[in-house]
Design a binder for this molecule. Structure first.
Ligand code: ADP
Length: 240
């Protein structure tokens, strides 16, 4: 099938005797928004780190657009990455923060200027480009981190609890903003969260993790209305 963007094929990851991802297979389609949802320690971040290239699988292969990426260096994977702890450089302006990854890779000045302008437009922060991080709200700072991840215009964006540090109202606004961005740019997004309501609101599909395996995968409606196991029913039924 040609519309598969990401394929995890029999992926396992062990740290010494501890198997944190256990023979997991998962296909993600082009333009799909998939959440990896589950309790702390269930292997979600580890799977994302392997996709990003920060960790190598112990077993199995990862394909992006049909090409095995196991040996492709992190910086060549054409993915943007956003974490919860998205440190911005305090002594650089917003525009300079977004330009940073481009400078690191020696992109020409004129192209940097164009790309930074486009990335800031995507997250609606152009008006604040010359401010310092400390002058921005938490939500605006998170949008800067998002712009930095988008500055190479990747087709795939990986997010690990990106909204965890925000208060409820901002969090809900950012959920809408990220979802809108996903629709507008046709991005494939893999989104790690332990928050059921967040996954239910944002995703095309949710993969519910338990001990390094996917317990159930399906649309939010199916996960919510037709949990296949007691674990899924109890996890979805919990309130944060
Ligand atoms: P989640 O994202 O679902 O909270 P993680 O993927 O972060 O889960 O972690 C899964 C398990 O792997 C946890 O038990 C964690 O302690 C362990 N783990 C993660 N990274 C390492 C590491 N570098 N060395 C040893 N154990 C690790």
């Amino acid at each position: 099938m040609t519309d598969i963007r990401i394929r995890f094929d029999g992926i396992s990851k062990s740290y010494g005797p501890l198997k944190v991802v256990d023979n997991l297979s998962l296909d993600i389609a082009k333009g799909e928004f998939v959440s990896l949802l589950g309790p702390s320690g269930s292997g979600k971040t580890t799977l994302l780190m392997m996709l990003a290239g920060f960790e190598a699988p112990t077993e199995g292969r990862i394909f992006v657009d049909g090409r095995a990426v196991n040996d492709v260096p992190t910086y060549r994977r054409d993915m943007g990455v956003v974490f919860q702890n998205y440190a911005l450089f305090p002594h650089r302006t917003i525009a300079e923060n977004v330009a940073f990854p481009l400078r690191m890779r020696g992109v020409a000045k004129a192209e940097i200027a164009e790309r930074v302008t486009r990335a800031l437009d995507m997250v609606q922060l152009s008006a604040l480009r010359d401010r310092w991080p400390a002058q921005l709200s938490g939500g605006q700072q998170q949008r800067v981190a998002l712009a930095r991840a988008l500055v190479f215009e990747p087709r795939v964006v990986l997010m690990d609890e990106p909204l965890g540090a925000l208060d409820k109202q901002l969090r809900e606004q950012m959920q809408l903003d990220i979802r809108a961005l996903h629709n507008r740019l046709g991005l494939t997004i893999v989104f790690v969260t332990h928050d059921q309501s967040e996954a239910l609101t944002m995703s095309d599909r949710i993969a519910v993790f338990n001990k390094g395996k996917i317990e159930q995968i399906g649309s939010p409606r199916v996960i919510y209305d037709e949990p296949k196991t007691r674990f899924v029913a109890e996890f979805i039924g919990e309130t944060n």
